[in-house]
Design a protein around this ligand. Structure first.
Ligand code: ATP
Length: 301
């Protein structure tokens, strides 16, 4: 009987892996358009992280041979810091995230995590080290517990409960008669944009990665929800290195450091106040957004 079950067990595992792979891909859909094959080098070791620093060292990259997107980009994210990447649309912000996740390899230059070139380590260990809180989270038509726990194979109910607390989901779950067994998605409970994002945060907490990649994590939410989520993310990113790709500057003003990307190059870097004082591209973007918000406010009156 055991012999009969083993292959079934294996099948289950394969199914789960594929399903996880698909949903991870789906979550990355904004980050990746066309998956390109990158291969592990033979007998590549696993990435070993003691201090999660991220370095882009003179990275040149484009999707098509005749169009360079990143023109020798260099920056460093020190371990434990909260760094935001901003810049005009098309500047290459999401491209940075795709390269860090190694969906593509740079044409030249290197990307290092804790001193290790990400091309030299296994992709599995690389992706294990990076947690993504995407803009639009994809939920399974399954229980809320499953949706949180799939962040890591073998997550226990205690892990799931702890993650839900960390992502400020406990209040919602306490109101549900079937708690973590509540079905969500098309056939079950409909979650708001903010709640879905909290599920994504909880998933990331279950995964417990040393590096966080936040892709516009606070878009399409009302201001109150946005502030709540921001506070949660702030706690979650403590003791981790985090890289936020942001469009709305209001969400990243208190980042440790802001990198301003323009046409695939680092145009400016500094704190919010330093960049405002520098009166360059960031200050221009900030003033433009501030006046847009003001106009919106006036129109609403
Ligand atoms: P946004 O703020 O609008 O999301 P972004 O700064 O994140 O922009 P990227 O998504 O990194 O910009 O794209 C940078 C450039 O690369 C853009 O000009 C885009 O058209 C191009 N690009 C992105 N993905 C591909 C692709 N798969 N194939 C070809 N070109 C691409």
């Amino acid at each position: 009987l055991v012999q009969l079950f083993r292959p079934l067990d294996m099948l289950g595992m394969v199914y789960r892996t594929i399903r996880q792979g698909l949903i991870d891909m789906a979550e990355m859909f904004r980050l990746i358009d066309t998956p390109v094959e990158v291969a592990d080098v033979p007998s590549a070791p696993a990435l070993v992280i003691k201090r999660p620093t991220v370095v882009f060292d003179n990275v040149v990259f484009g999707y098509e041979p005749d169009r360079t997107i990143l023109h020798g980009l260099s920056f460093e994210v020190p371990a434990g810091q909260d760094v935001a990447i901003v810049g005009p649309s098309g500047a290459g912000k999401s491209t940075i995230a795709r390269l860090l996740f190694r969906f593509y390899d740079p044409w030249s230059g290197r990307i290092l995590i804790d001193g290790q070139d990400i091309r030299e380590v296994t992709q599995a260990s690389l992706r294990c080290a990076i947690g993504i809180v995407p803009q639009d989270s994809v939920l399974f038509n399954d229980t809320i517990g499953y949706n949180i726990g799939y962040g890591r194979d073998g997550a226990t109910i205690a892990d799931i409960e702890k993650a839900a607390r960390g992502a400020a989901l406990s209040g919602l779950i306490d109101r549900l008669p079937k708690r973590f067994e509540t079905e969500v998605g098309e056939r079950g409970l409909k979650l708001s944009g903010g709640e879905k994002q909290r599920v994504a945060i909880a998933r990331t907490l279950v995964k417990n990665p040393p590096i966080l990649l936040l892709d516009e994590a606070t878009s399409a939410l009302d201001t109150r929800t946005e502030q709540d989520i921001l506070a949660t993310l702030h706690e979650v990113s403590e003791n981790r290195t985090s890289l936020s790709i942001a469009h709305r500057l209001s969400t990243i003003a208190d980042a440790d450091r802001i990198f301003v990307l323009n046409e695939g190059k680092l145009a400016e870097a500094g704190t919010h106040n330093e960049l405002l004082r520098a009166d360059g591209l960031y200050a221009e973007m900030w003033n433009r957004q501030a006046s847009e918000i003001e106009e919106l406010g006036e129109a609403a009156e």
